[in-house]
Design a protein around this ligand. Structure first.
Ligand code: SAH
Length: 345
């Protein structure tokens, strides 16, 4: 039997078989077959709903130095900002008005935002917006911090593993960081009852098919509730400035594969995908994604949360553009849902 058929029949496969599967990404027929199955599965669990998340990029200070990232601490050219508590709460207020029922607080690993400050912030959002989900995406923390955030009212946590291969991880990150710690964090988050998100970049420097196959093996074992997959995009102030960006087609192929592998997963059509192709996010939805995360950050700071070059932050990427996004999504046969959009347990 063909690998595509074998995978669709039972998506839990060996690394070698995933390598073979990924080898078919450029075969349009294979990609279409996979996308059709992915759509069918997402429809079974989530109908035609597309969940929205209001993304609040509240600080671009970061103590880490991930080599691919524009806001890494080693980039002295980055213009740093951090939002005040009032500004963050203001974003939530505006987001609520626009219909968002999930707020994602994302940022660099900024020591200013101590656990006490985060707990106070989470509590205020929790009490002010009882019908909303709170998602955090603030990197690696000790177990005790995750526990306190959870107790304060955080519901979900996004922490991409970036690549499941140790050696490849080492090429993308400084020696102070380790894949093992990232994995530990993901396990703690699950243990603490967060809806937990892992994920990886497609086409990051040095990535081989084998590495992506390991990502699929890792996801099939971790079984996260959310998976963020976006193409790598170079940033001009990093050592990867002249590397090629990841492939849109391969990203779409992997979105379909992950939908089939984890049928109920919350799968965003990411900003990076929308940056590389003007209709990237709609293509993502057509490949099996069911989440979009428009930007709710104050307009004056958007350009500064500069993870990679040409990151889109206006029009349909912006929360204010929700109407026009909604139209596009409807044209593609889906419907934006103003609800929390929790994982279907
Ligand atoms: N500090 C948080 C948030 C990181 S930014 C954390 O560590 O989880 C969110 C995601 O952006 C990262 O996980 C990474 O996968 C992605 N990203 C960063 N730089 C990128 C680049 N150059 N191209 C594509 N995606 C990138």
């Amino acid at each position: 039997m063909d690998i595509i058929e074998r995978f669709m029949e039972n998506p839990k496969r060996s690394k070698e078989e995933y390598v073979e599967l990924i080898g078919r990404a450029e075969d349009r027929q294979a990609a279409q077959t996979l996308a059709q199955r992915a759509l069918q599965i997402r429809r079974q669990h989530y109908g035609n709903k597309v969940y929205t998340r209001g993304l609040i990029e509240f600080t671009n200070y970061c103590k880490n130095n991930c080599y691919y990232c524009g806001i890494r601490c080693g980039n002295k050219k980055a213009r740093r900002y951090r939002l005040t508590e009032e500004e963050i709460l203001g974003c939530c207020q505006e987001g609520y008005r626009l219909g968002f029922r999930t707020f994602v607080l994302q940022g660099g690993e900024d020591p200013y935002f101590t656990d006490d400050r985060m707990v106070s912030l989470i509590r205020q959002i929790r009490t002010g917006y009882t019908d909303c989900a709170i998602t955090l995406s603030i990197g690696e923390k000790p177990y005790e911090s995750y526990r306190r955030f959870r107790e304060a009212g955080a519901d979900r946590y996004l922490l991409r593993h970036e690549t499941a291969n140790e050696i490849h991880y080492g090429r993308l990150h400084p020696p102070a960081m380790s894949l093992q710690n990232r994995k530990n964090c993901l396990n703690w988050l699950k243990e603490l009852g967060y809806q937990t998100g892992a994920g990886f970049m497609v086409g990051s420097p040095g990535q081989k098919r084998e590495h992506l196959a390991e990502d699929l093996v890792f996801l099939s074992e971790l079984k996260p509730h959310m998976v963020g997959i976006g193409p790598f995009i170079p940033h001009h102030h990093t050592k990867f400035a002249h590397e090629k960006p990841g492939s849109v087609e391969l990203t779409l192929f992997l979105l379909s594969a992950v939908r089939i592998l984890l049928p109920k997963v919350l799968l965003p059509a990411t900003t990076a995908l929308g940056t590389l192709a003007f209709d990237g996010r709609i293509k993502g939805l057509m490949a099996g994604a069911n989440v979009v995360m428009p930007n709710l950050s104050p307009v004056k700071n958007r350009k500064q949360y500069d993870l990679y070059d040409n990151k889109i932050a206006t029009d349909q990427e912006a929360a204010e553009g929700k109407e026009s996004l909604s139209r596009q999504v409807r044209q593609a046969g889906f419907c934006l849902a103003d609800e929390r959009g929790d994982f279907m347990f």
